[in-house]
Ligand binder design. Structure first.
Ligand SMILES: *Cc1c(COP(=O)(O)O)cnc(C)c1O
Length: 365
């Protein structure tokens, strides 16, 4: 027995459940569609930059991340003073909440949404105010605004929302921010921004530039395909960006991660062509699902959200997917999130969905 003290909020933290790798079935190619990863491996130019960085890895990385800041500032046409980088945008979100919350303050966010939010809130010693999504998986912005009270320090908007894929419009976000007191930070989690193809898409950088209380969180993990290297960034008001840099773990973004991110920004147009190809695949999957009676809406990330009448039906789908080498992600009880992956994997998903007719979603009135 020890007398050590562990902060009480830590015992309340839900575990972060990561997407599982596919189970091995002899003779079946396996595909991981459970973590919204990019199916394309890093470009040769990125691999070369990482390779050189690995050779220099007896040295610490640049503590100031100077090259990465310069590359981001140029790419986004924003001042470096408004940027902060970290080991993934998950780290950015943890650090944003730690930067603005005092013990007992609260954070308003939609639910179901990114599974790291409740953990990040507790890590900041704050309380979660989870606002249910609407029936079609969208943020209920009116209810979110109404939930803000005098202890609210931050509101998170996740657009496109993980796991439902529904995205907000630029106009909706601006209108929402108008209803938020100026001392409350609005965090725009744009992890999937590059995959959005809709009218009036959110331009988080423009919004955060125009308003005084908005921070954008973005990542190299999804569209840029660097999930294993851990790099994300914030674009935020200068005092928030400065706070992020102050609380960040020194050398948090490793040398290979910095090098890969800089190289990826240089190779951006090539990477965004891959995003276009993934969007084409998303449209093929969504169209194929709709044809056989599944209503998945118009998801805007690199994933689709399949609804089931109950947890048993969702579990049965996950088990069937496993049998044919696909790992998919059950979430929030009655939904399964499936990433857009390799063409063959997506086709296999469509075959499975066709076999599992009748469609588990209730027909729309
Ligand atoms: C994947 C994801 C992130 C962050 O990922 P990192 O790998 O930590 O950059 C953030 N928000 C949402 C909604 C995500 O799905």
């Amino acid at each position: 027995m020890t007398l050590l003290h562990v902060r009480s909020s830590i015992s309340e933290m839900p575990p972060y459940v990561a997407g599982k790798p596919p189970v091995a079935t002899p003779g079946v190619t396996r595909y991981k569609l459970s973590s919204n990863e990019n199916p394309y491996p890093p470009l040769p130019g990125v691999v070369a930059a990482v390779d050189q960085a690995v050779r220099d890895s007896n040295r610490y990385p640049d503590v100031g991340n100077a090259e990465l800041y310069a590359a981001l500032a140029e790419c986004l046409s924003v001042p470096t003073a408004n940027l902060a980088v970290a080991a993934g945008s998950a780290a950015i979100i943890y650090d944003l909440l730690s930067s603005v919350c005092e013990p007992g303050d609260n954070v308003v966010y939609p639910w179901p949404s990114f599974e790291a939010y409740p953990i990040a809130v507790l890590a900041a010693d704050a309380r979660s105010e989870q606002v249910p999504l609407t029936a079609d998986g969208c943020h209920d912005l009116g209810a979110m605004a109404a939930r803000i009270d005098d202890r609210t320090r931050a509101v998170i908007l996740c657009t496109p929302n993980n796991p439902t894929g529904a995205a907000l419009t630029h106009t909706e976000v601006l209108g929402f921010i108008d209803s938020v007191p100026a001392h409350v930070l609005v965090i725009l989690d744009e992890a999937y921004a590059e995959f959005v193809r809709m009218d009036d898409p959110v331009d988080g950088i423009a919004i955060a530039t125009a308003r005084t209380n908005v921070a954008v969180a973005r990542t190299f993990s999804k569209a840029y395909g660097l999930a294993g290297l851990r790099v994300g960034y914030a674009y935020a008001p200068t005092e928030i960006a400065a706070a992020l840099r102050a609380v960040a773990v020194p050398f948090g973004v490793s040398l290979p991660a910095q090098a890969a991110a800089v190289a990826s920004l240089q190779l951006r147009s090539e990477l965004l062509e891959r995003v276009d190809a993934l969007v084409v695949e998303r449209l093929r999957v969504v169209g194929g699902l709709a044809e056989i009676g599944w209503d998945v809406g118009d998801p805007q990330g690199n994933f689709v959200w399949l609804r089931f009448p109950d947890a048993a039906a969702a579990a049965a789908f996950v088990a069937e997917a496993g049998e044919i080498g696909l790992s998919v992600r059950p979430l929030a009880g009655t939904g399964v999130r499936v990433s857009i992956g390799e063409t063959e994997a997506n086709t296999r998903l469509l075959d499975l969905a066709a076999r599992m007719i009748p469609a588990p979603t209730a027909p729309k009135e």
